[in-house]
Design a binder for this molecule. Structure first.
Ligand code: PMV
Length: 325
């Protein structure tokens, strides 16, 4: 059976940085994110008789080896379903991989939905989130619709995301300012393992539960100013841990810092937007939909900004009928 799924990248308001269990991707703290409707992964999976190895093609490039992350993820699905066949997998992202835009999140969410269906499994949203999480932590959140909370949990079964609000809950946009296409040197998988080396990590961790509750209250009343202030402070807090890890993780480029300064200046001038940044150089600016046009035209005037991608909150991962092969 051939199955295809679509999933969106997600951007965290309250971040996941550091794990309780490195093997199972159980995070040290809960997190909250929104799916981005214009950043997506499409993945087609078919388990094929007679295939000697998994055949995986991502963005037109063949990946080989049983040890690949995709093959390991397929093993989880083979184990759940009892299927013994190797699979053909073709996946396309409409945005660059490993550029700090959580491509592994949408990729593993799409792979989990497509491969489990191709194997004949009928998993619930919670089971899909648990499965996707094991491929890439933040993929747990791309399964759910709109704005999602990922409950950290302590065991495999307790650590999953669920939808807090559907995609049409709030008229906000997430505008990605692409400032660098360079691949990052240290992937987030390794970065998560370095948190304990930062003297600030223990302080960060001690405040996370309170922050999650605060963000949930803000979302319930759709208070954009309170949301933006917490969003920005939280991103800077996570980057303080990254910058003080050993080795230090400096994900920002010149364009990143330039955009951060501009956003704060524009706020003084009355254009209300706030930034967040993941494990990469691209700032993502949140604004109310009425301000998108103004924000985009100002961003386009900055030389260091190479591209601008406007997103509305996106839907959860789901099966679609058009296949990639
Ligand atoms: O799922 P990973 O291993 O790519 O980790 C992503 C971590 C951040 O993007 C930096 C934060 C987050 O919560 O998405």
């Amino acid at each position: 059976m051939k199955k295809t799924a679509i999933a969106h990248a997600n951007m965290a308001f309250i971040k996941y940085w550091g794990k309780k269990n490195l093997e199972l991707n159980i995070p040290a703290n809960g997190s909250i994110s929104v799916n981005l409707d214009n950043l997506k992964s499409l993945t087609t999976v078919e388990f094929v008789e007679g295939l000697k190895k998994d055949e995986v093609t991502i963005n037109g490039q063949k990946e080989v080896g049983e040890e690949s992350r995709v093959s390991k993820h397929l093993d989880r699905i083979r184990k759940l379903s009892g299927i013994d066949l190797k699979a053909r997998v073709v996946s396309e992202n409409n945005y660059p991989t490993a550029g700090g835009l959580a491509s592994s999140g949408s990729g593993f969410a799409a792979l989990s939905v497509a491969a489990s269906a191709a194997a004949g499994l009928k998993l619930t949203e919670q089971e899909l989130s648990i499965l996707a999480r094991q491929g890439s932590g933040s993929a747990a959140r791309s399964i759910s619709d709109g704005i999602a909370e990922w409950l950290a949990g302590d065991t495999n079964e307790e650590s999953y995301a669920y939808s807090l609000y559907p995609a049409d809950y709030w008229d906000i946009s997430a505008v990605v300012a692409v400032v660098s296409s360079e691949e990052k040197k240290i992937k987030s998988t390794q970065g998560h393992g370095l948190v304990e080396s930062s003297p600030f990590y223990a302080v960060r961790l001690s405040e996370m539960s309170k922050k999650i509750e605060e963000m949930k209250e803000i979302l319930a009343r759709r208070d954009f100013t309170a949301f933006g202030e917490l969003l920005e402070a939280e991103a800077l807090n996570m980057h303080a841990v990254m910058l003080t890890s050993k080795p230090a993780l400096v994900y920002w480029r010149g364009g990143t810092v330039e955009v951060m300064h501009r956003v704060r200046k524009w706020r003084q001038e009355g254009l209300e937007s706030y930034f967040t940044i993941d494990a990469g150089p691209q700032p993502v600016l949140f604004c109310e939909n009425k301000d998108v046009e103004d924000l985009v035209s100002r961003l386009k005037q900055i030389d260091m900004v190479k591209d601008v991608v406007v997103n509305k909150p996106g839907e959860g991962a789901r099966l679609i009928e058009e296949h990639l092969f």
